[in-house]
Design a protein around this ligand. Sequence first.
Ligand SMILES: *Cc1c(COP(=O)(O)O)cnc(C)c1O
Length: 457
Amino acid sequence: MHTPPLASGPQGPRHLRPLLDTVLDALHTGTHARGGPLPTGGPDTVTAAVHDAAGDLLPDRGDPDALRTLVHAFAAGAADPAHPLCAAHLHCPPLAVAAAADLAASALNPSLDSWDQAPAASALETLLTRTLARETGHTDGLVTTGGTEANQLALLLARETHGTVRLVHGANAHHSLPRAAWLLGLPDPVVVPAPAGTLDPVALDDALTRLPGPRGSVLVAATAGTTDTGLIDPLPDIAARCTAHGARLHIDAAYGGALLFSDHHRAKLTGLDAAHTITLDLHKLGWQPVPAGLLTVRDAHDLAALHHRTDYLNADDDTEAGLPDLLGRSLRTTRRPDVLKLAVTLKTLGRTGLGALVDQVCAHAREFADLVHADPRFHLHDRPAISTVLFRPAHAPDPAVAAVRRHLLTTGRAVLGRARADGRLWLKATLLNPATRPDDLRALLTLVHRTHAEGPR
Ligand SMILES: *Cc1c(COP(=O)(O)O)cnc(C)c1O
């Protein structure tokens, strides 16, 4: 029987090379066929194109052209974060060097649940997590699938360290925090008002004063970079109030964490290191292919709660004989070496290179806000704290704002997000593409104006 070529082993690179040519060609033709940031025609058209390309996905006899056909359709129907008018979400264009490193991770397929499946990968993971933890002022960290898993782990570690925990978070917190409380069977969280988009420390103090219970039984979650507006909670003030009340502090820096790499913006995160746990997400401001999340911990002992033993992965005698025990580094078992792309990126760009990317996207956001502010056809919500700008056509009712966004999506011309602030609906531009030029930002504004002026459809 003919065996399909394998990706690793001595012949792996030889097998991969022609297939990579096919993938790169199909990425090229698919991206060209799309032409813009998003396919045109909306969900029905895209679904029909995908069904058309896929045909019978499990035919009796295989199709040797499947790689080309499906990668072409995948690219033609993609939302491309490298397109300058694709700016809705915290959805970044990945660096080519990170995607290339990820190919090696896929080819070798190490799994980080035991040393004998991932000898070098596990050593690299230890280095990478310590390096990033040190950057936040912490001692250790866990690799996660993103901010959601990191926030869940933060709640779990708090509960395991203190026996029980009540979550207190701002009204501006990410939805994954109350969801994690629900998942872990914790009491309903206390929600502190965030009238200006950031957690109000005085209201937090009131909430902490009213809550009963022993010290440490309260976990406050603050946000460094909110999903809607990119605002950063007043971290030093919040940290001081947590200390005064003996509450544990988690900071969700999924968006803002990468400001640490920038000399210009690092000071916005002052107070970050006061947290017991910090969520980082380098598939946002970090230019990594998904997934690239981390949870850093101030006290590495907190991680003991995740210790778990199963004979075939970390038998006591193997651990005593010196084989690293990896099972306590995650709640997952089989686990991808997401650290390779991260390590390659950090070392290739260095702090200066990463900091320059952060500076660029923050500068684009300021330029875009300036354009909006100077243009009487638009209202600007606020100057950006990181790289998010909320704006709306002047005098447009909310349904018209929503219709503009949907029309841009279904015609494939621009991908903007939406956010509610001050009781109104805004268009949201999250600028994460360092290659965006000032002309692109002007073009985006013109496009939004024309779409709105052409009226409801
Ligand atoms: C994106 C985001 C998350 C969730 O991260 P995922 O990687 O999508 O799981 C959590 N918190 C904040 C503030 C975020 O912006």
